[in-house]
Design a protein. Structure first.
Length: 123
């Protein structure tokens, strides 16, 4: 009679007198986790340990963090565009007053990042 592990396709290797299951972690090479994924990881470790452990043991942690990072990057671009439109920051301002344009864009970038952190990263 096969064990449940063998019924689901698991195999064993013999090491001296013991049978050891052949277990492998999923490949993590193809996931790029940026700053927002890293910040969310830190948040999970500090505030949501059960979620972190569940994702880690299921092998889905890196994919999850990469998805969060991608969502945050996409949403950041979207929010920056919306804030630029709302505050009337144009290319004409960039040409007429470059330092004013830089000041306003830095302000918008900080506002957008704060929004993203509260909306996606520290939820």
């Amino acid at each position: 009679m096969k064990s449940l592990f063998e019924q689901f396709g698991g195999t064993y290797r013999k090491c001296r007198d013991y049978l050891i299951p052949n277990l492998e972690m999923p490949s993590t090479d193809n996931f790029e986790i940026g700053i927002y994924g890293q910040r969310h990881l830190r948040y999970l470790l500090e505030h949501c340990k059960l979620t972190y452990i569940n994702l880690l043991t299921s092998g889905k942690l890196n994919q999850y963090l990469a998805d969060i990072d991608k969502q945050a990057q996409d949403r950041l671009c979207q929010v920056v565009k919306q804030l630029k439109t709302t505050q009337g920051i144009t290319e004409q301002l960039k040409v007429a007053s470059p330092m004013e344009w830089v000041r306003k864009m830095n302000c918008i970038q900080q506002q957008a990042e704060e929004f993203i952190l509260n909306e996606l990263i520290y939820q």
